[in-house]
Design a protein around this ligand. Structure first.
Ligand code: 5AD
Ligand code: SF4
Length: 483
């Protein structure tokens, strides 16, 4: 999936079908927001498959409708509310239908969702999915059920996700949950709780199983993958009290990357999301060392202005960020970066905005996800700062940032023209049934004509002869299968 965030104006994605013989009940599961939610939905489907539910893509035939929701911006919540009103009408004709909200909105709004206009029967936060079987029993007599407890330990390490999303080639594997960074604008630390890392053994096992099942690419997921630290479990801050043995055998993110790269050498490895203040140069050394770790890093910056970064509590300056980028480029000359940028934050001046544009030009990002600031209730920014940039100014700055990113993306794509790239075939191009689509190591999408000897999951050498703003145009010269 090239898009990190599903466009909030579109409906969430209802996932493909998971079938287990003998299951009679039908679950319609729709996910919104970040990749983490899509990955969590696969855990939910796994838990519910053992409770007699197969998934369906048709909400009309569902016994249970679950929306895995996002709270990151107000618009994301509005989209879910509209969807819930549709399902409320469906409940009028089918009173036995159960409708539930999972994910960040469940955590943020808690009982409000049950109280407000009776929109839902079930509210379950991101750390409480194991409790779904009990909660569903509670709703059986027509009652409501809620569990929004956050955990310091839950990583769902032992639950084998049902692979719903996809193409059978690329998959997500969660390695950390939660975030301790407390960027002032962000609701995530409140909805997903404290940072915790998953047992590396279970991560390696999941990657190995994926490889055995024919998968060719794995994306290691977390709100903040660079803070991954395993020393036996529990929040990272408790590492200070860990025993000497625990410290000596601890696994950090760079080490984990190496373990995965060695365990599944025939698989491509990607990861998201990184944070400048937590990133170690060792991660780039691993990218340089292992051919199967992709040369692309998603490194949100949010703003190019130190004043804004400070107000956002980002724990890094513009200079820190640019230094990290330049050292990374020295270690991995072919590396590509993508960004998250948020414009119109509290007090942002025109000069701050210009600083963002100049940072973008310096980094020369391949790709970006750009947003206007949306105030979130309960966050430090909401409590202490004034959301004082007029909506028109936010939109104007956003348009300038998007336009510049378009130019930078075009230039980066043009730089890939005129040479061969190793492309993993992920599926048929949406625009042309006769073409494949896949990505190179830098995560740039490439389309090229199909030939009969190729199939989804093949790694092929493609000659790139041209480009559009976001896509490489290729032609096949020589095929070799992935190991
Ligand atoms: N308003 C707008 N964008 C936000 N993001 C996080 N919180 C907000 C908010 N309140 C953006 C940031 C982050 C990405 C996941 O979403 O750019 O990196
Ligand atoms: Fe939010 Fe900052 Fe954590 Fe990202 S690093 S999830 S923006 S608090």
């Amino acid at each position: 999936m090239q898009e990190k965030y599903i466009d909030e104006t579109k409906q969430g994605e209802a996932y493909a079908i998971s079938e287990k013989q003998g299951n009679t009940k039908k679950l319609f599961l729709e996910s919104y927001g970040c990749q983490m939610n899509f990955s969590d939905s696969e855990i939910v489907a796994s838990i519910l498959r053992d409770q007699g539910y197969n998934t369906t893509l048709n909400s009309d035939e569902a016994d249970l409708i679950l929306l895995n929701t996002c709270s990151i911006r107000e618009k994301a919540e509005q989209t879910v509310r509209m969807r819930l009103s549709q399902f409320k009408r469906q409940k009028l004709t089918n009173p036995s239908l159960t409708v539930g909200v999972l994910g960040c909105m469940a955590e943020r709004l808690k009982t409000k969702l049950l109280e407000e206009e009776n929109l839902v029967d079930l509210v379950v936060g991101p750390d409480a999915y194991r409790d779904l079987p009990n909660l569903l029993k509670e709703t059986e007599g027509g009652g409501d059920a809620i569990n929004v407890l956050l955990s310091k330990e839950e990583t769902y390490a032992d639950i084998a996700p049902v692979r719903l999303g996809g193409n059978g080639v690329t998959a997500f594997v969660t390695i950390t949950r939660g975030c301790d960074n407390m960027c002032t604008f962000c609701v995530v630390p409140f909805t997903r709780g404290r940072e915790r890392s998953r047992d590396p053994h279970s991560i390696l096992k999941e990657c190995e199983d994926l490889s055995l099942n024919g998968y060719k690419e794995v994306t290691l997921l977390g709100q903040n993958v660079d803070s991954y630290l395993w020393y036996g479990g529990g929040p990272k801050k408790e590492f200070k009290n860990a025993s000497d043995l625990q410290k000596a055998t601890a696994v950090d993110f760079a080490h984990l990357l190496e373990l995965v790269a060695q365990k599944v050498p025939g698989m491509r490895i990607r990861f998201a999301t990184s944070n400048p203040q937590d990133m170690d140069l060792e991660v780039f050394r691993m990218i340089a060392k292992y051919e199967n770790i992709c040369k692309s890093v998603h490194l949100p910056v949010q703003s190019g202005s130190n004043a804004m970064l400070k107000a956002m509590n980002r724990q890094h300056t513009r200079e820190d960020y640019l230094e990290l980028i330049s050292k990374a480029k020295e270690i991995v000359p072919e590396i590509a970066f993508s960004q998250d940028i948020m414009t119109g934050f509290c007090g942002e001046t025109h000069e701050d905005h210009l600083q963002t544009l100049s940072l973008m030009r310096e980094v020369e990002y391949d790709h970006g996800y750009m947003f206007a600031y949306s105030e979130r209730p309960g966050t430090p920014a909401h409590k202490k700062l004034e959301d004082n940039i007029a909506p028109e100014i936010k939109q104007q700055r956003l348009a300038e940032i998007i336009k510049l990113q378009g130019e930078l993306s075009s230039a980066r794509m043009a730089g890939y023209v005129g040479r061969y790239h190793e492309i993993l075939i992920e599926g048929t191009s949406k625009k042309n049934q006769n073409q494949w689509k896949g990505r190179n190591t830098q995560n740039a999408v490439c389309v090229f004509d199909k030939s009969p000897d190729q199939q989804i999951g093949d790694l092929v050498m493609v000659y790139v002869y041209g480009n559009t703003q976001g896509t490489l145009l290729g032609k096949i010269e020589q095929t070799h299968l992935a190991n």
